[in-house]
Design a protein around this ligand. Structure first.
Ligand code: 13P
Length: 253
């Protein structure tokens, strides 16, 4: 059985003390969420150590939002995978569309980052997704397939055990415009087919594929009911503990 996961990407929000309070609130309410649903939060780098102090040793996993493409040295402003590990992270998000769009993150660079993260023992939440122009041109399957091939085909079936894929259509992120359950499901099924073609059906069946993009308590149930949607990567709604927990309770367990 593949894992169901709801992960909160806090992006560049909250001060350290607000982040610690949010983590405490999520932890407090986490017993409302069925045990088989994995919970992960991804605060900004500055919050990782204090938030690890809150969620360390609990059911809540701690994720970074990015990592450096080098192990150490003269890379001012970067944060290495070993730093993340030592801060208490078990996961890192990689390839978020905001990083691809605003910080020039390429698939090539992502191969390097995924490699370093896996070697350090971090699980990777790899984001893929088309933008509005690509969707309107009918290229969404093609774009997402290429992102998966360009990054994940560099890895082994064994590596895939530590990779979670997040499909986040760029046009649905922070816009209030969610993909319909059908639109999301057809891409998730496509991602699983692409993974099956490379790594075999068993690996593809075991891979958790999350949906992200204006996911909220009011639409999570419909999305999570789809065969190939195994949870969500939540932005805005992850900044409110009640909404995040309500989303995590939306599986039919
Ligand atoms: P929103 O839920 O705010 O649309 O953000 C989704 C996202 O980008 C999560 O990584």
């Amino acid at each position: 059985m593949r894992r169901k996961i709801v992960a909160g990407n806090w992006k560049m929000n909250t001060t350290v003390s607000e982040g610690v309070e949010l983590a405490k609130a999520v932890l407090e309410k986490s017993n409302e969420v069925p045990a088989e649903v994995g919970l992960v939060i991804a605060p900004p780098f500055t919050h990782l150590c204090p938030v690890a102090g809150v969620v360390g040793g609990t059911r809540i996993g701690l994720s970074a939002q990015n990592c450096a493409d080098h192990t150490k040295g003269a890379y001012t402003g970067e944060v290495s995978v070993d730093m993340l590990k030592s801060a208490g992270c078990g996961y890192t998000i990689l390839g978020h569309s905001e990083r691809r769009q605003y910080y020039g993150e390429t698939d090539e660079k992502l191969v390097e980052k995924v490699k370093l993260a896996l070697e350090a023992g971090l699980e990777v939440i790899l984001c893929v997704g088309e933008n509005l122009e690509q969707r309107e041109a009918g290229k969404h399957f093609e774009v997402v397939t290429a992102q998966i091939e360009n990054v994940l085909f560099a890895f082994s079936a064994e590596d895939m055990k530590k990779v979670i894929v997040a499909y986040e259509p760029v046009w649905a992120i922070g816009t209030g415009k969610t993909a319909t359950a059908e639109q999301a499901e057809e891409i998730h099924a496509c991602i699983r087919r692409v993974l099956a073609g490379k790594f075999g059906k068993a690996v593809a069946e075991e891979t958790t594929i999350l949906y992200g993009g204006s996911c909220k308590p009011s639409n999570a149930k419909e999305l999570f009911a789809e065969e190939d949607i195994d949870g969500g990567l939540i932005g805005g709604a992850a900044l409110k503990a009640d909404d995040f927990i309500a989303i995590a309770k939306s599986f039919e367990c």
